[in-house]
Design a protein around this ligand. Sequence first.
Ligand code: ZN
Length: 140
Amino acid sequence: MGVHSKRLNLKTQGESEILDITEKVSAVVKGSGLKSGIACVFTPGSTCAVTTTEYEPGLLSDIPAALERIAPKNIQYRHDEKWGDGNGHSHVRSALLGPSITIPFDEGRLNLGTWQQIVFVELDVRPRQREVIVKVIGEP
Ligand code: ZN
């Protein structure tokens, strides 16, 4: 049983940017030297998210559009009344998508679907410096 972890640093351009981090996460799993186990990909932030999708232009615009229908920007949020940072909708969207995913791997390779990429979703209203923690647990 082994445990390995690494922090990835990301720079985002602002709201609704979706970054493909599959290669970076795969590299951490390979670098761990572990053959079989699980990789937890977590971001310590409440206005961003980690999930999976097919990384293609249609979805990169469909996902933000769906989030706009679920938690619209131009409605009132109690969070904004209290903090005035104008990102109540960002926090709600983040809570819905979630801050982490866990992916199993075998032979040092993530068990992702052919059209399934790991993505970081920026939901805040401004560019941010972000961190993603990849924690790998498994057998050598
Ligand atoms: Zn806020």
